[in-house]
Write a new protein. Structure first.
Length: 460
């Protein structure tokens, strides 16, 4: 469907963080937005306040009248929607144009210059950082992000003049194959989503194919050492990056006193004394990747330096809820073993010689089944770990797959326990903490305000 012909857009799965950015885009274009989600949440209520017509019962009779004409209504859905969804069946039976969220984003990358961030982990922070760098520069950008930025309180940025659009390129369900990037970063290719891909080889092949979609004249910036064989079109430049090596890297790294400062080394021009607004060591690499793309798009050195220092982070990505000399409490979305390892190592580097504990909620039965030993290896880097039950998301239980199988593989001499998530506040109340982090992509984050209140009363 030609975007010019669209008068209304209906979102099935309207409360998804990625979907909400598109909803805000169409609302900004004065296009009617309707939608369904299974449950109300803070995000859906914000969208309703912004003008979206969203309901919470799967019932075709509740679809707004403005979305009932297939000639000018686009239906956008998330792959997590079940096959027997009644509203989706209605749209299919009546000849509506139906697209995945990624297909809509792909259309935008054909009409603008897409600056995309792909990879198993680091996507949301890196793309949000990039959007901030671009937005604060003379170049500007549009952005569709997978998290709520602290600087703007939204996952969407709009520019009336910039030709660039920043997009988080999601490999789930091969969604990123719909994109046509002008330039892209690939942060990591650690196997994930094996319920979709089946094998690690198929997962890696999806990234190889993704690199073939970069537009001629564009660029690929890949983390050094990735298990990936890029298939680049003629005229696409290839760069690599890492913390202390590669075409783009950091030198003279200074960590201490709650600050991280380094010099950015780049074939496009070095930038000295870059300070991280969110001083955790993993953000050195995230920052290198974001700055590299920003430089390629024309952002200037002084603009980049100022914006890096003012970047406030993203909700649930190293999201500090409480930070004093006595107690540190934060939330981090890390839900893959490699992400968790990086998260813990970053905390150990910044909070050297302090006792670090985590409350971890595994995300998905299939991911737990496929990687439970890797989860245990990463979590064993901690001084203490508390495991809650698995967050199922879109999945049904798998026999024999519980948090117990992670627990059984943990370092035997470490302090560890299993609990129900509802018991977490009481456990926090009775425990003694130094640095405490909530890990995972499920709903345990809903307890963070309560946990922060408990810790304030205990230690502040």
């Amino acid at each position: 469907m030609d975007f010019e012909a669209i008068k209304s857009v209906y979102f099935v799965g309207a409360g998804g963080i990625g979907m909400s950015a598109l909803e805000r885009y169409f609302l900004s274009k004065k296009i009617f937005v309707g939608g369904y989600d299974r449950t109300a949440c803070e995000l859906t209520e914000k969208l309703r306040a912004e003008g979206a017509d969203i309901h919470y019962t799967d019932d075709p009779t509740l679809i707004p009248a403005a979305c009932l004409n297939p000639d000018h209504t686009l239906v956008v859905y998330t792959p997590a929607i079940p096959a027997d969804h009644r509203e989706m069946a209605y749209f299919r039976q009546h000849g509506f144009t139906i697209q995945k969220r990624a297909e809509v984003l792909g259309t935008l990358t054909r009409s603008m210059k897409g600056l995309c961030v792909a990879g198993t982990h680091g996507k949301t922070t890196t793309s949000s950082m990039l959007a901030h760098l671009m937005h604060q520069s003379h170049v500007g950008c549009n952005a569709f992000l997978g998290g709520i930025t602290k600087n703007y309180g939204t996952n969407y940025l709009l520019s009336a003049t910039s030709p660039y659009v920043v997009i988080e390129a999601d490999e789930f369900d091969r969604s990123f194959h719909h994109l046509r990037p002008f330039a892209t970063v690939v942060t990591a290719t650690d196997a994930d989503h094996l319920d979709i891909y089946g094998t690690e080889e198929a997962y890696l092949e999806s990234f190889n194919h993704y690199t073939s979609l970069i537009q001629p004249g564009g660029a690929l910036i890949a983390h050094r050492g990735l298990r990936m064989t890029p298939r680049l079109q003629e005229g696409v430049k290839l760069y690599d990056y890492a913390r202390t090596e590669g075409d783009f890297h950091a030198e003279n790294i200074r960590i201490g006193g709650g600050r991280i400062v380094f010099d950015f080394i780049s074939p496009l021009g070095h930038i000295s004394d870059v300070e991280l607004g969110v001083p955790v060591s993993i953000n050195i690499e995230n920052g290198i990747a974001a700055m590299a793309l920003a430089q390629l798009a024309g952002a200037e050195a002084d603009e980049i330096r100022r914006a890096m220092a003012s970047f406030g982070g993203v909700d649930r990505r190293f999201d500090f809820k409480l930070k004093t000399d006595r107690i540190v409490f934060l939330s981090d979305y890390a839900h893959h073993p490699a992400e968790i390892r990086q998260s813990i190592l970053s905390l150990k580097e910044v909070f050297d010689n302090r006792r670090i504990a985590a409350i971890f909620q595994p995300h998905l039965y299939t991911r737990t089944r496929d990687f439970y030993k890797d989860f245990a290896d990463s979590l064993s880097l901690l001084d203490e770990v508390i495991l809650t039950e698995i967050y199922p998301a879109r999945e049904l239980p798998i026999e024999g797959v519980t948090s117990q199988i992670i627990y059984d593989e943990l370092r035997p001499d470490m302090k560890r326990r299993l609990c129900h998530k509802a018991d977490v506040p009481a456990i926090v109340e009775e425990g003694d903490w130094d640095v405490l982090v909530v890990l995972g992509a499920g709903d345990l984050d809903n307890y963070c305000d309560q946990i922060a209140d408990i810790l304030k009363k205990k230690y502040c």
